[in-house]
Design a protein around this ligand. Structure first.
Ligand code: PAF
Length: 263
């Protein structure tokens, strides 16, 4: 039976009763899709207790309009999580995670030379790290599951956990894609049917271009407003707007020859 916890205090009381069980955690902002489902399924296989949080974290939105129009599909989210045999869903109000409604403290990633998301979305990585630190401390999980789609997010979280000696193990999980190659993302819900088809070009350009400059050129011709295409950590990463919706994706550079040789 899935239980919903609407306050941090109520969850923490319940958490005490779970001592000795292995706990897996999937943090989300709702608007769940098959990517999230794959995280929860893996979490279910590897832990006795599955905890999912749904919290649209205001501090990681640098653009208030983006926060306002972030998709919210609570009824569907709860039904999906129940069908995946989630034990506990955490849905704290903003005032629980940010009691003063301000960031009294923030986790600052290495900001000497901001790059990619850190450059184009000021405050975003700080907002993510801050809320993830809070959530990891609240849930006290053995393992927490993150998608590789937000690769830089995964990277800074893994580094934070290591640097601050947090005891939760971060488990990276592969990106789930639609048949077209488009990476599953909550923001896909904001695309028209036509744009959604076009959005698959993002993955195709990443996979087929000889280098980042070529990937950028391919996308610009198709009407994408490209913020960056870069290669880091053995991956090629992209952020681009399509019809006003910001999409990101990345692939492993090792996977390229394989894809390129497909018909
Ligand atoms: O990837 C997300 O959905 C969010 O950035 C996260 C990790 C839940 C933090 O708010």
């Amino acid at each position: 039976l899935t239980q919903i916890w609407n306050t941090v205090a109520a969850w923490r009381d319940h958490r005490r009763t779970l001592a000795g069980r292995t706990i897996g955690f999937v943090p989300t902002m709702g608007a769940l899709h098959r990517g999230h489902a794959s995280l929860v399924e893996r979490c279910r296989r590897e832990n006795e207790i599955v905890v999912v949080s749904i919290f649209v974290n205001p501090t990681q939105f640098n653009d208030p309009k983006d926060l306002e129009r972030y998709p919210r599909t609570l009824d569907e989210d709860l039904a999906l999580l129940e069908s995946l045999h989630t034990d506990d869903i955490l849905m704290p109000p903003v005032s629980d995670l940010y009691p003063d409604n301000v960031d009294r403290h923030r986790v600052e990633p290495d900001s000497r030379s901001p790059e990619m998301e850190g450059l184009y979305r000021p405050g975003y990585l700080q907002g993510v790290l801050t809320v993830v630190l809070k959530l990891l401390n609240i849930v006290e999980a053995d393992r927490a599951y993150f998608g590789e789609k937000d690769y830089q997010q995964l990277k800074v979280i893994t580094d934070m956990v290591q640097d601050f000696f947090l005891s939760t193990k971060i488990i990276p999980c592969p990106t789930v894609r639609e048949h077209s190659g488009l990476a599953e993302s909550s923001r896909n819900k904001l695309l028209s049917a036509e744009s959604r088809q076009k959005a698959a070009q993002l993955f195709r350009a990443l996979s087929t271009a000889a280098n980042p400059a070529e990937a950028r050129a391919i996308l610009e011709v198709q009407g994408f407003a490209v913020e960056y295409v870069e290669e880091r950590w053995g991956r090629r990463l992209v952020a681009a707007f399509l019809d006003g919706v910001r999409l990101i994706d990345n692939i492993s550079l090792d996977s390229r020859p394989d894809y390129a040789s497909r018909p």
